[in-house]
Design a binder for this molecule. Sequence first.
Ligand SMILES: [Zn+2]
Ligand SMILES: [Zn+2]
Length: 172
Amino acid sequence: MEILLDRITIEEKESLLEATPEELQPNLELATLDSNVEFRVRHHRVESEVFLNGMVDFKLKFTCARCLEAYVGEFAVPFSLVIKLVLAEQIADADATEDEFVLHPASESVYKLDRHLRDLVALAVPLKPLCREDCAGLCPQCGTNLNLAGCDCQPADPDSRWDELNKLKKAN
Ligand SMILES: [Zn+2]
Ligand SMILES: [Zn+2]
């Protein structure tokens, strides 16, 4: 996903930028990108600084950590960035740039947002994806998905509820 810096003026405007999963190739664990990534961005420029500010929308497909069913989560994540246009040689001298502030050669009119969006999408992945907060999970004895049906198993001893979790940890 690219933004054309030479079109950005002091007057604030809005653009809709879009990237497909194939273009973005996010490096995700436990999730896949299930939609295009859309960045509805307001932008303006003051002297050598370009200000971007907006929302990033996308969908991720997960496997629930409790019931192992696939589900899709929708995300809308705010994102802002300041691009400071400098001479190319100033970039080599600069310290490592921070997340919300980057240096970019004034001679190059295109800025690629892919790196920022890949990070943003990866950060949206929860450590333990759940299809819903109160997912009942699988019966540890017969494997029935308890969100869909009951089963006749006797209540398990308290330790066996960790079995599913341990299985998942090994599988990952
Ligand atoms: Zn679930
Ligand atoms: Zn059961």
